[in-house]
Design a protein around this ligand. Structure first.
Ligand code: 5CA
Length: 440
């Protein structure tokens, strides 16, 4: 992508409305724009990051055996009347009428709709276990939308829904998502700690929030310090192994960890003082087991091996991609801007032409740009005629992990500089070596 032809509206000044660093940097880097309170457009740079976050989420959901589909944002009120949540959900639900005056709503979550899909076609235990997910916009008319896309009214959610014949089988499904979440957040460069949580309007009795520690987080959390060093389940995790996944779950729930709603002061104080962690955190995922809460009122049942009909045991599993993007920034930035983990960086590398219009600089940059693009890298080429200082500031602000800097003096020697955004380390090398470093 040539920056001269891209759309990346950088802000020079710090936007006044931004209270936390991630919101400030997302606005400054031209990633998002507020359209009305708590409702955002994702501009091209932001969209790239969001897509990469979703790609990681999708890979790990698929690895754990979940199957992707797509459900609509608008739902009929009837489904919610069946489950009894239409009246219970309150003012957070945006209610709409169509031209026939039929009550509709903008979905805040999809338990009812997915249960409807399930009951229409699944009739036998032989089709279980089943886990269906989608990545879709949601709307919740939050009283206090704030911090940009961290807590917005319209937001994206990956929501998965599992169906099983028995409680034991449903616990295995729960553990699959538990392990998948540990892997997902790790791949996004985050250390998320699962904590016992309140189930709120989703319901049920088993629930964990995945929390990343951050001073600007909205949740107050209490846990054992050792979680910070726990091993993440590897790529070869066998998601079909009931014992293997139970062992992961048991290990990650063996020490105290709870949000303020579930906090047990006495249990926390039983931890030796030096090993206690009381901090603020950001909830990036939330998983629930709620048994037959929706399947019973909505009549979602299958025939079991005993020939009888059984209401299915369900769970739901949410991740907030549009919250994860600012959460990653909260965890990874410096005074100059964002520092993206490679897995979600909008570009792999930025090529900075320090003197656009200079033949040698132009040729060198074009050569590098073409070679890296051919090698399948996402390359941003700063071919604008801005001052070098402005270009450096922009490259640092948008947080691309590596920069290749081509200035007239180095280019005259057949060389360029490669800068690591995170460490700031610069290395001069031949043009060929620079290309090979990325292609290899
Ligand atoms: N149906 C269940 C799980 S699929 C559910 O709705 N869970 S939730 O309410 O906990 O939301 C799941 C995730 O969506 C949260 O962990 C959070 O990451 C994200 N999320 C929820 N509300 C917002 C919001 N207002 N803005 C941004 N992200 C949100």
């Amino acid at each position: 992508m040539r920056l001269s032809r891209y759309f990346m509206p950088i802000l020079k000044e710090n936007p006044k409305e931004a209270e936390i660093v991630s919101h400030r940097l997302m606005l400054r880097a031209g990633m998002i724009r507020q359209q009305s309170q708590g409702i955002y457009s994702w501009l091209p740079l932001g969209k790239r990051v969001l897509d990469k976050v979703n790609a990681v989420i999708r890979e790990e959901q698929n690895r754990a055996g979940a199957i992707e589909l797509s459900m609509p944002t608008l739902q009929s009120a009837e489904l919610w009347q069946e489950s009894g949540r239409y009246d219970a959900y309150g003012k957070e639900m945006l209610r709409i009428k169509d031209r026939q005056e039929r009550p509709m709503l903008y979905g805040p979550t999809n338990e009812e709709m997915v249960t409807d899909i399930f009951r229409a076609s699944v009739k036998s235990y032989k089709d279980l276990p089943l886990n269906l997910y989608h990545i879709q916009l949601k709307f919740r008319d939050e009283i206090r939308p704030r911090f940009g896309t961290m807590r917005s009214r319209e937001f994206m959610m990956k929501d998965a829904y599992s169906f099983d014949l028995t409680r034991e089988a449903a616990e295995h499904s729960y553990n699959k998502m538990f392990a998948a979440y540990l892997r997902t957040f790790d791949r996004l460069g985050l250390r998320a700690i699962p904590m016992r949580a309140d189930t709120g309007p989703i319901g049920g009795n088993l629930s964990h929030e995945f929390i990343i520690l951050a001073d600007t987080g909205e949740s107050e959390v209490f846990c054992h310090k050792d979680f910070v060093g726990f091993d993440i389940p590897g790529e070869r995790t066998d998601f079909d192994s009931v014992e293997g996944l139970q062992a992961i779950f048991d290990k990650w729930t063996s020490l105290y960890a709870a949000t303020s709603e579930m906090h047990d002061e006495a249990a926390f104080n039983a931890i030796p003082e030096g090993e206690r962690l009381s901090a603020r955190g950001i909830e990036v995922g939330h998983i629930f087991y709620f048994g037959t809460k929706y399947s019973e009122p909505m009549g979602a049942k299958v025939q079991g091996p005993d020939g009888k009909e059984h209401f299915v045991h369900m769970g739901s599993y949410g991740i907030g991609p549009t919250r994860l993007v600012p959460a990653i920034i909260e965890a990874s930035h410096d005074d100059n801007g964002i520092i993206w983990p490679a897995s979600v960086a909008p570009f792999d590398v930025v090529v900075i032409n320090m003197k656009a219009g200079d033949e040698a600089c132009d040729d060198t940059c074009e050569l590098i740009y073409a070679a890296l693009t051919k090698a399948g890298k996402d390359v941003l080429y700063d071919d604008t005629d801005d001052r070098a200082g402005t270009k450096f500031a922009t490259a640092d602000l948008i947080g691309v992990p590596l920069q290749i800097i081509a200035g007239p003096r180095a280019v005259a020697n057949g060389e360029v500089e490669v800068k690591d955004r995170k460490t700031g380390a610069r290395e001069t090398m031949t043009i060929e070596a620079a290309i090979n470093r990325f292609v290899a």
